[in-house]
Design a protein around this ligand. Structure first.
Ligand SMILES: C[S@@+](CC[C@H](N)C(=O)[O-])C[C@H]1O[C@@H](n2cnc3c(N)ncnc32)[C@H](O)[C@@H]1O
Length: 277
């Protein structure tokens, strides 16, 4: 299958069967280009260029982040609406809630202004990339119940709180800090409080993983990313993003102190869990 056909099928060349093709790859005739990088530097879409073939939220991602994630993640906006609805069932009047990994403040502003009860609470957005925090400050300007904190979510002290969301954030933490974060969150949540987690998840078997991965790449193609950009992004995320299966996420949340974990949202390889304290 040549790269054009792969692209027409929405498949990032090489990700379905181990082949690699140009943009970083296989010239006509099928001879392998030995000079092709294993992790290609380059554009991943939305004017975002990786350095050393490695994904980072630093270095100029913030200005086009929201458009990029909309093209990459199914249900990005629908999930935000669900977080707004769910959070209003847990936040107490005058209470405290967190968004962990708040990036440019897109979700934070929505949840903090979603309902009278949410508006009465303090919403704390935590983010460790300064460019993201700056952009979030601009996006959330004028919303007085929002507090933005530049910090590492695995190393900070949490206030007693009613609701926490981590939306496409936990997969970017190494296993130890991820566990530490979830334990701290579970301890900080009042009994009866809850956490909403939305992350990329792996399928429990390789055949389904291949199929879902291909369909996710088609989703990205249908939303305007090129095969080369999709391949570069997949390369750049290796070792940076560390997804688990849905079952592993459920077990992890239970081990870290949550009493019940219920899937409430799913599209291909993205799943949202409601975890009750
Ligand atoms: C995919 S984005 C989150 C998107 C955002 N929640 C939304 O819905 O628009 C992940 C964010 O988590 C941040 N992040 C990753 N690890 C972090 C950590 N240890 N502490 C704080 N922020 C972190 C990244 O900088 C990035 O902005």
């Amino acid at each position: 299958m040549n790269p054009t056909t792969l692209a027409e099928n929405g498949i990032a060349a090489g990700t379905a069967d181990g082949d690699r093709a140009t943009a970083s790859g296989v010239p006509a005739g099928g001879a392998v280009d030995a000079t092709a990088d294993t992790a290609a530097d380059g554009t991943v879409g939305n004017d975002i260029v990786t350095e050393d073939g490695t994904w980072s939220f630093h270095r100029g991602v913030a200005p086009t982040f929201v458009d990029h994630v909309r093209r990459s993640v199914p249900l990005y906006d629908a999930g935000h609406e669900l977080v707004a609805e769910i959070s209003s069932c847990f936040v107490r009047p005058g209470g405290v809630a967190y968004e962990l990994g708040s990036s440019t403040g897109q979700l934070l502003r929505q949840v903090a202004t979603a309902s009278p009860r949410n508006r009465s609470a303090t919403w704390i957005g935590v983010e460790h990339v300064s460019e993201m925090v700056d952009q979030a400050r601009a996006h959330c300007a004028g919303v007085e119940n929002i507090v933005l904190v530049q910090s590492d979510i695995s190393a900070m002290d949490y206030r007693s709180c009613d609701f926490v969301t981590a939306y496409l954030t936990l997969d970017f933490l190494d296993p130890e800090p991820r566990i530490r974060t979830l334990r701290r969150v579970a301890q900080a949540l009042r009994p009866g409080g809850a956490m909403f987690v939305y992350e990329k998840v792996l399928a429990p078997d390789s055949r389904t993983q291949n199929l879902i991965s291909m369909l996710h790449h088609r989703f990205k193609r249908q939303h305007g990313l090129t095969a080369e950009e999709i391949l570069n992004k997949a390369d750049s995320l290796a070792g940076v993003m560390q997804p688990l299966t849905a079952g592993e996420y459920r077990d992890l949340l239970l081990e870290c102190g949550f009493s019940s974990v219920v899937p409430v949202l799913r599209y291909l390889c993205f799943e949202g869990f409601l975890a009750l304290r």
